[in-house]
Design a protein around this ligand. Sequence first.
Ligand code: KG4
Ligand code: ZN
Length: 341
Amino acid sequence: MLVLGLETSCDETGVALYDSEQGLLADALFSQIDLHRVYGGVVPELASRDHVKRMLPLIRQVLAEAGREAAQIDAVAYTAGPGLVGALLVGASCAQALALAWGVPAVGVHHMEGHLLAPMLEEQAPAFPFVALLVSGGHTQLVRVDGIGRYELLGESVDDAAGEAFDKTAKLMGLRYPGGPEIARLADQGTPGRFVFPRPMTDRPGLDFSFSGLKTFTLNTWQQCRGAGDESEQTRCDIALAFQQAVVETLTIKCRRALKQTGLKSLVIAGGVSANHALRQALEKMLGELNGQVFYARPRFCTDNGAMIAYAGCQRLLAGQHDGPAIGVQARWPMELLPAI
Ligand code: KG4
Ligand code: ZN
């Protein structure tokens, strides 16, 4: 089954062609980062308009790269939520229009299920059951995964998502959007131990997270340094490292707890923050100690992309699921509500 996948939930237009027999045939992405950077974050209306401009050229590009014709496509998968409503509607309308024109089914995919299944596109693919740490700009969740659509939420952030904490903290320190890769870049040059930040909610039982206090702690530290006349690049790097270490260690502690609680030894990390090298290293080390294994997607499939949507959509289509012709998207959509396959 040849599936065209469309991702437009936020500020990336992602398109991919996935074949159930041959795997991923082609994928293309247009990132709107430069468009939004001057505003310090995503401007929803600009995002929607840009998706409209990029979608069809990207679809033509993946078809050409894969050497396939539109007539060979068996179904269209698109991100139906959660995300920015206007942006989602571009992908949904486009998918439904193409499906109608081509006489094939369309299937709406949950964006976080897409992220969660992205490591399945790698050679080292995880087998069910496993614990998943979903860390993106909008979500921080620990989920027990027993199969596709068989999700049990173990814990989540009570305030900012991990990626959001990276982005907001970076903004407070005058860094560019998106903040995650910027903080990671500065942290590489940071002096270990100069600052030590708290590990929120690790001193009490449970698997929930809170990152907003850490953001305030970072702001206070940065303001104290500035007040003392120290706005040096090195200080920025040292603060970035302390912040990143606090997030990474907090996530690692909670992942260890989730593995212990479930008795599982496989951990999947997915979503934009799973591209972070320090996080990957810390989790590899922890899983090494537990004789377990950690799985993640290649960096460009950690952040938003069309390949994960094509893959997740294909699995649901193979199980006989698809949408009617109505165009519907959901800004909020708990992943536990998805049907099992
Ligand atoms: O999954 P994603 O592309 O979009 C959402 O679904 O939200 O995740 C984007 C988030 C942003 O907050 C970005 O700052 C963060 O992932 N991110 C990173 C890194 N690369 C992207 N955070 C930390 N380290 C990175 N290397
Ligand atoms: Zn995402």
